[in-house]
Design a protein around this ligand. Structure first.
Ligand code: NCD
Ligand code: ZN
Length: 369
């Protein structure tokens, strides 16, 4: 039986939400060997100012959200990053003061109304004209992008040769990179071959996170039976896209692609409604097992130390290197044996992790932390 040990890893894109449920979601991350996380700021209200003294009814601060995360169990993490949610109120001064204080490491671009909790985002061009991106480039704050063009009609939003992500990476982001060549950018939860090619075209300042679901599934898995637990944004794409993602992560020279689960819990009662489904897949507790399963499906023999090293780079070190974090000194193990995936019971209700929402509760890998 194959068993191998890895340094604890950082989930460099995840959602922990707020309130009483925080503790359950943080625990599910600690239980899967996470040494740290980049906790997304699409809270309610958004985490859109840095300091508590600047809070208003419309904006939480990074200081406050960090403290809440820490007191709900997050103090067990070695590293915690909360990016600043970019809104039309964001100023270059906020970026400079935040970076100077040490608490501001990254900012998050949400396409307006483009996903769960994205209604406070402004178009990317506004952060060019306001000087926000210039300030970020100057002080080395990372831009995390949800890379989808906003406000598209259905036939451009998702079609065979074009979709919101391909438009964003072919028309929108290249202009920003040209203007701010030293701005560090993480293209988050990429789903297309076009995005993989864009990331590869600039290996000094650009990197990308990839989720387990985009490595394991395609749009066919979602629409076959309309399995809404697989509905997340950006939505799953085609086989050629998934193949490009898989070949990026198993490339022995990969330094740019790393783990960011985009684990996005929604309680079952809210996941599907009469007028649509909440976007977000929950992978708390199971992400390393899903990632290693994807490596195997891509043809890697995980009993070999060479394959384990490539996996380790994707899960544990490429992301740490990009964000300037130390690789964890703690470890956990993955074991090639079946394990059972449980529904997460929270004070708000049940949350279905993948692949339970697809009617399967057995994974071929187990975890020991
Ligand atoms: C995320 C959520 O639920 O907060 N949903 C998702 O589909 N990924 C938001 C996001 O990151 O897009
Ligand atoms: Zn997300």
């Amino acid at each position: 039986m194959t068993e191998f040990t890895l340094p604890k890893w950082y989930d460099l894109h995840t959602h922990f939400r707020q309130g009483d449920v925080l503790g359950s979601y943080i625990k599910s991350h600690l239980d899967m060997g996470c040494a740290g996380a980049l906790a997304m700021p699409n809270t309610k209200p958004p985490t859109a100012v840095v300091f508590e003294s600047d809070e208003s009814g419309n904006a939480w601060s990074i200081e406050r959200y960090m403290r809440d995360l820490q007191s709900a169990g997050g103090s067990a993490f070695e590293q915690l990053i909360v990016p600043l949610y970019l809104t039309k109120e964001t100023t270059p001064e906020m970026i400079i003061a935040g970076a100077k204080s040490g608490i501001l490491k990254a900012c998050k671009y949400y396409p307006p109304h483009g996903t769960t909790g994205a209604e406070f985002g402004a178009p990317l061009s506004e952060y060019v004209s306001s000087g926000v991106l210039a300030a970020m480039e100057e002080v080395g704050v990372v831009l995390c992008v949800h890379g989808e063009e906003h406000n598209l009609a259905g036939d451009r939003y998702f079609d065979l040769d074009v979709n919101a992500e391909t438009i964003f990476y072919s028309e929108r982001l290249p202009q920003v990179v040209k203007k701010f060549p030293k701005l560090k950018i993480v293209c988050e939860h990429i789903t297309t071959k076009a995005a993989v090619d864009f990331v590869r075209s600039n290996d000094d300042y650009i990197a990308a996170t990839i989720t387990p679901q985009h490595l394991l599934y395609t749009i066919g898995d979602l629409i076959k039976g309309l399995k809404y637990h697989l509905f997340c944004l950006p939505v799953l794409k085609y086989c050629k896209d998934r193949e490009a993602l898989l070949s990026a992560v198993i490339d022995p020279s990969n330094t740019q692609f790393f783990a960011g689960t985009d684990s996005a819990p929604h309680i079952a009662a809210n996941k599907a409604t009469e007028c649509g489904c909440a976007a977000g897949c929950f992978t708390g507790g199971v992400a390393p097992q899903l990632y290693v399963q994807a490596f195997e499906i891509a043809g890697m023999d995980m009993s070999q130390s060479g394959s384990q090293d490539i996996f380790k780079r994707f899960l544990c070190s490429n992301g740490a290197d990009f964000y300037g974090l130390p690789v964890s000194g703690e470890s956990f193990s993955l074991i090639r044996e079946d394990s059972k995936v449980e529904i997460l019971k929270t004070s708000d209700g049940d949350v279905m992790p993948l692949p339970v929402g697809l009617g399967c509760n057995i994974l071929p890998w187990n975890i020991k932390v």
